[in-house]
Design a protein around this ligand. Structure first.
Ligand SMILES: [Ca+2]
Length: 427
């Protein structure tokens, strides 16, 4: 085994073939994505999903917890800015008016301008992982970006027979030079887990809070959906897996974290019992909203609060992939938070945005949840902390959506999973 690892290490040092001949690893498969997704039922006042729930005996615990009524308030038109990206994952808006876009495999950052011109991949990330083995997830600007040019991004390694987790780095963007310099890894999620546990459940969404601290999501990494829930790390507090972690901008545990002085508990943990968190956003009132992939029939929208337990894998409104119960099949338990909203059947939520722009005044205060399996963006109308309406957007494109962001111009920017950056404006 050791000899094999040395060989792998030596191979990693050899010159790599040009990109076209060196295909990146395929994106991880998400269970259930191959099933057909029917067009949503767009009838005013009725929930868009007419299908029966996967969990036959499931009951919402309050009336607004699932299947909110459809209501359309604004029309939009879609402009394709570019369709030349490769597995894009996230967008950040630069003061120059251009956009910084991350690509998952191979992990890269590019700059895109408003007319769709793509830069070469930014240089400077190669020190993070062996060639062709880097995966990049989220990218955000530091609050100090105007002065510091500092960007933060999450990444992971795809090492053959190797071990990895979700990591956080920052670096200084030199837009003119097309590079990121002084790249520094400021946090490494623990523990490292085998590659077979990757699945798509890395988390990696980064959010800066109003106080300048930052949050990052980390998925539960049960990559095989192996149904061994007793071994799930999401309920154990000695690791970062299945957690929301909260850090200073330098990568230390934030001094207001809930378990700082609890022996045996990782001090960076802010919230736990999380499954596969791909959407995370801070609303203007300081609340944090998270979307996560559940098991079959259990995708969730959660309001994330300090120190709370979001239940996975003890409680869920979904079922196991083969059709049986998850654990004891319970949907509620004292001390565990209910999702504010759930989707059963699932939409496989991806990026999440809070609309606070001016172009779509009718959408202000709404959440926009991208969806992979759900082939669209789901507009959620919040009232008193509940979802009172839900409107599928972009269903007409029949394409998997990876991220949703609101631009400084108030337009909604959307990444499709495979290649495109789209812009929604009124129309
Ligand atoms: Ca939950």
């Amino acid at each position: 085994m050791r000899r094999h690892l040395i060989l792998v290490g030596l191979l990693a040092l050899l010159p790599t073939a040009p990109m076209a001949q060196d295909a990146p690893p395929p994106p991880p498969r998400t269970v259930g994505d191959s099933r057909e997704f029917p067009p949503p039922r767009l009838v005013e006042g009725q929930g868009w999903d007419a299908r029966p729930p996967e969990k036959a005996d499931d009951k919402p615990l309050f009336p607004e917890q699932t299947r909110a009524p459809y209501h359309k308030v604004a029309s939009y038109k879609v402009t394709t800015i570019t369709d030349k990206l490769h597995l894009p994952w996230s967008i950040a808006f630069l003061p120059s008016g251009k956009m910084l876009v991350s690509e998952k495999y191979p992990g890269q950052l590019r700059i895109v301008d408003g007319s769709g011109t793509l830069s070469e991949p930014l240089t400077g990330l190669a020190m993070l992982a062996p060639p062709r083995k880097l995966g990049v997830l989220d990218v955000v600007l530091a609050p100090s970006f105007a002065k510091s040019h500092l960007i933060y991004f999450s990444f992971f390694e795809t090492l053959a027979e190797g071990y990895s987790n979700t990591y956080l780095a920052h670096g200084v963007l030199d837009e003119a030079a097309g590079s990121v310099h002084d790249v520094t890894v400021i946090y490494r999620g623990v523990p490292v887990l085998p590659e077979k546990n990757f699945s798509a459940k890395q988390g990696g969404r980064i959010v800066f809070a109003r106080d300048g601290s930052l949050f990052m999501t980390v998925g539960d990494r049960d990559g095989n959906n192996k149904h061994d829930y007793d071994e799930s790390l999401a309920q154990k507090l000695d690791n970062d897996v299945g957690k929301i972690i909260h850090l200073t901008p330098e990568g230390a545990p934030s001094p207001d974290n809930p378990f700082l002085n609890t022996p045996g508990v990782r001090p960076e943990i802010w919230a736990y019992g999380i499954r596969s968190p791909q959407g995370f956003v801070s609303a203007p009132d300081g609340t944090f909203w998270e979307t996560e992939h559940g098991p079959r029939g259990g995708d969730e929208l959660n309001r994330i609060q300090k120190g709370k337990n979001y239940g996975w894998p003890v409680i869920t409104h979904g079922i196991d992939y083969p059709g049986g119960p998850v654990n004891e099949g319970i949907i509620a338990k004292e001390g565990m938070e209910q999702p504010v909203y759930y989707w059963d059947p699932v939409i496989a939520p991806s990026g999440l945005a809070y609309y606070n722009g001016t172009l779509f005044p009718q959408w202000r205060g709404n959440l926009l949840a991208g969806a992979l399996r759900g082939l669209g963006v789901y507009r959620l109308v919040l009232k008193n902390g509940k979802v009172i309406q839900e409107e599928p957007l972009l269903s007409e494109l029949k394409t998997r959506i990876r991220d949703v962001r609101v631009g400084p111009d108030g337009a909604v920017y959307v990444l499709t999973e495979q290649k495109a950056l789209l812009k929604l404006t009124p129309g």
